[in-house]
Design a protein around this ligand. Structure first.
Ligand SMILES: [Fe+2]
Length: 420
């Protein structure tokens, strides 16, 4: 890791002492008139160019259908008009100061909302009809335990186009505690927050918002598109608990700040396997199939389910797939897990999570599955002897045991919304 939590990043700070105080007190700060009109205009034109391309996400008809939300969330960040903002020194200096360490991007999103488009939805747990906060155990960016929002409106967000409302101080109502090797977040309910106020965001402004601040984006009642860049940055040592969004290899190369890529999670090859490292005391669980006459051991898990790969949003969260495999293979229910890494193996990617088991885990291997508990040293020896399917397992264990990472709870959306 480049930095420990809270370590100073550099001597440059784009924020004044008063702005730092405002962020700490209110959970957000607006930097007025940071960007020139021509750079905002270029991004607005690029947004319309991209939204008519192949990589736009929408539940509606092709642009420009009325009352429709279009989302650019992956390839567009490679375009120079957006890369300009993603790695802008004022943004990065501010973000890194507020996060307390080096930052990377977890989400690069640009929204285009045509006239008549609805405002943002309410809390996913149903505690508020319109406002929400974006810390979510099932969302790839939201499940990090140290991140913030960088919002750059490309049009004025006024009464007609739909203001961005926030509840000042609402971030203080959510709490986090360290439990073992993870941070558990106790989200407050929407019924506990104070009034929402209009941030009066105008094109050229920059809004930085704490991950726990409650907010609401208004409906577009104007006759023009409502455009904005909504990027999320996380501390370099606070990975998304349910697994990161993967950017393209090209985006990884071009989006850099001070000589390092801001997109460490990238790949042009698909994730074809998802597994979990299960720890009990000093040992880790490996399995192999007698039925397939497997000679090598591997972590529990397998191919991702179709529904985890094809969801419109949160496609990278493969926890539900892993849960299903572990239930089948070991008759074991895992209430949460946390992302470790994506390992390349034979030209494919394997996404690996971890979960610590309590005393005497009720593991019951299915017929034809052989289970074994091994120490770090034993697994290292198994790798040397060619007895591991992936070969990355010792590396996964090292990541899991590295306490310089801040890890959170990752869940499937079904479980996070209480549907199970
Ligand atoms: Fe939001």
């Amino acid at each position: 890791m480049n930095t420990k939590p809270g370590s100073p990043v550099n001597d440059v700070c784009a924020l004044t002492a008063q702005q730092l105080r405002r962020y700490k007190e209110d959970g957000f700060v607006v930097l007025r008139g940071v960007f020139q009109q021509d750079e905002v205009d270029r991004a607005a034109k690029a947004a319309i160019r991209c939204v008519t391309g192949d990589h736009v996400t929408t539940a509606g008809d092709p642009y420009p259908s009325r009352a429709t939300l279009y989302v650019l969330e992956r390839h567009h960040v490679e375009e120079p008009e957006f890369g300009h903002f993603s790695s802008h020194p004022i943004v990065l200096d501010s973000v890194q100061t507020l996060l307390g360490c080096d930052a990377v991007m977890s989400t690069a999103v640009t929204y285009v909302k045509t006239p008549g488009a609805a405002g943002t939805g309410g809390d996913y747990q149903g505690s508020h009809p319109t406002a929400h906060q974006d810390y979510k155990t099932y969302h790839h960016a939201g499940s990090s335990v140290n991140w913030l929002f960088s919002i750059i409106p490309l049009v004025d967000l006024d009464e007609r186009s739909g203001p961005l409302y926030v509840s000042p101080g609402s971030h203080k109502l959510t709490q986090a505690t360290t439990q073992g090797c993870v941070r558990r977040v106790q989200r407050c309910g929407g019924d506990e927050i104070g009034p929402l106020v209009d941030t009066q965001l105008r094109r050229g402004d920059l809004l930085l918002m704490h991950m726990w601040t409650w907010h609401h984006g208004g409906a577009n009642g104007s006759d023009r598109d409502r455009l904005g860049i909504y990027n999320k940055y996380r501390a370099i040592n606070a990975p998304p608990a349910c697994g990161p969004h993967l950017f393209t290899d090209r985006a990884h190369q071009v989006i850099c700040y001070q000589g390092r890529s801001l997109l460490p999670n990238h790949s042009d090859i698909p994730i074809t396997t998802a597994r979990v490292l299960l720890q009990h005391r000093e040992k880790f669980l490996m399995i192999r199939s007698d039925r397939r006459k497997e000679q090598q051991w591997h972590l529990p898990g397998g191919e991702p389910q179709e529904h985890d790969l094809t969801r419109r949003y949160d496609r990278c969260n493969l926890i539900d797939s892993v849960e299903i495999h572990v239930q089948d293979q070991l008759n074991l229910e895992i209430p949460w897990m946390t992302y470790l890494a994506d390992f390349e193996h034979d030209g494919e990617l394997c996404r690996v999570y971890a979960h610590p088991l309590e005393e005497d885990p009720p593991v019951q291997a299915a017929k034809g599955i052989q289970e074994g508990w091994f120490t770090v040293e034993e697994i290292g020896a198994m790798k040397s002897a060619g007895k591991l399917t992936g070969g990355y397992e010792p590396q996964a264990i090292n990541l899991w045991l590295d306490d310089s990472y801040l890890r959170g709870i990752g869940q499937s959306k079904t479980r996070a919304t209480g549907a199970t």
